[in-house]
Every structure is written in C-alpha cells, then in structure tokens.
Design a protein around this ligand. Structure first.
Ligand code: ZN
Length: 245
C-alpha cells in the first residue's frame, strides 16, 4: 500500500533519504498570511519535521479571499493566526511538530525566533522586518527564501549568505514598493502561486538540491501573465553595506 509520502519519494533524487532529511528539518515561517499560510501548508504536507509559525495578527474576514489556511470560524473569533494555522496544519499532518508564536518578528526577538532553524521563509508584508531578517541571516549564515506579492505580481529570491547577494544587494532603497503588500490589493491566486514557488525553493534547500535552485530573482505576474528571471548585476554600485558582496 502506498505510504503517506510515496508519490513525492518517487520524484527523481528524493527517495526515503530525502524524506528523512525533511523530517529532521526545522523551518521558521515569518508571516502567516497569504504567502506564509500556503507555504506552511505545502511544507507540512511534504513532511517537514518542525515548523515555527510566527505572526502577531488575528484572522479577519478580509483575509479569506487569499489566506487559504483560515476559515469563517477563525475570522468570526478573530483567532490569532499563529494558533489557527497550527491547529489547521496539525489536522493536515499530525506527524510533525508545530510551534505557534504570536509575536511580531523584529530585531529584539529575531535571533530567538530563528534559533535552531535550518531555513527561514520571508512571508512578511513590510520592508523593515525583511531587512532585519536579512541582516540576521547574513550574521548567522542562515539560508532563507524571500517572497513578496503586490496586486497580481510578486517575486521570489533564494538567499544563501556567502554564496548569493543579500536582500539589500537586490533592493538598496529601504522603501522598495515590491516589498510592501499594502494598498494595491492582492490577487488570491497570485499569493498562492508565489507561496508555491517559495515552498518549492525551500524543499530544494532542505533536500540539498542546490543545483536546481533559482539563480536570480523570479518575477511572476498573473494578470496579464508573464514570468521572467532577473540576474543580479552589481554594476558600478558600491559593495553592499550588509553582506559586502
Ligand atoms: Zn548584500
């Protein structure tokens, strides 16, 4: 009889060894909205052994068009997202460990929230905490995957300190609009698509499949559709103040 993970273990280069690697991995998901909820759902279904779910907010009715993890009961109770996410994900996969942390990721608690992680997912919705995460990951040597979504468009980046440019290299201006999901609305399928792309890069990192990783920044738009990968070019800019690249 096929096991729980048979269909993904059949994927080339995965097998029971890959599955064991996932089971032994810890991923911190920062932000449990449209990106984080869907990405965490994919990683929990894939059998990532420990997920730390971080978000200070509560579920509201205007979240439901794009935040796949939550339902009307969560919204009517204004349930804390971290706890509601852990409850739903525990119903999807009871074999993994879920930590719900209803805190805002910031400089003061960032190091503690990243403790023991193999990987972090940036599913935040503002530039400032993303740059806090960037600096901490450079300092700790922790790989992470950034995703952002605005309206019907978003971008994904794999960041490996010492091996790739950092977020500041890509976005030297602190007010970069691509890092803020705010006033232009969000297309539900765009958030789910970016979360899928992010989860896919996360699985490659956890499985040690570096040869398959996204090399540049994937910019994906659904309405009208276009996908393209931007390669990093330092040009004649000064070296990065954060990572020195
Ligand atoms: Zn940099």
């Amino acid at each position: 009889m096929p096991g729980r993970y048979t269909m993904q273990e059949r994927l080339a280069g995965w097998g029971p060894q890959g599955q064991a690697r996932l089971a032994g991995s810890t991923v911190v998901v920062l932000g449990m909205g449209g990106l984080g909820g869907a990405a965490a759902m994919l990683l929990s279904r894939a059998g990532v052994g420990r997920l730390r779910l971080v978000d200070p907010d509560r579920v509201a009715l205007d979240n439901l068009h794009r935040q796949l993890l939550y339902d009307e009961a969560d919204a009517s109770q204004a349930a804390p997202k971290a706890q509601a996410a852990a409850r739903h994900l525990g119903g999807i996969n009871s074999e993994i460990t879920l930590e719900a942390i209803a805190e805002e990721f910031q400089a003061g608690n960032g190091r503690e929230l990243l403790e023991g992680a193999d990987l972090a997912l940036d599913c935040l919705d503002r530039p400032q905490p993303r740059f806090v995460l960037n600096e901490l990951c450079v300092e700790l040597g922790l790989p992470w995957v950034h995703a952002g979504v605005v309206a019907a468009q978003g971008q994904v980046l794999v960041l490996r300190p010492g091996l790739t440019p950092c977020l500041r290299c890509w976005f030297p201006e602190p007010g970069e609009p691509a890092l803020t999901s705010a006033h232009d609305g969000i297309l539900g399928p765009a958030a789910a698509m970016l979360a899928s792309l992010q989860a896919s890069e996360a699985l490659k990192l956890l499985l040690g499949r570096e040869e398959s990783l996204l090399a540049g920044m994937l910019v994906a738009r659904l309405w009208p559709p276009s996908f393209h990968e931007v390669r990093f070019n330092r040009g004649d800019q000064e070296p990065c103040p954060v990572c020195g690249y």
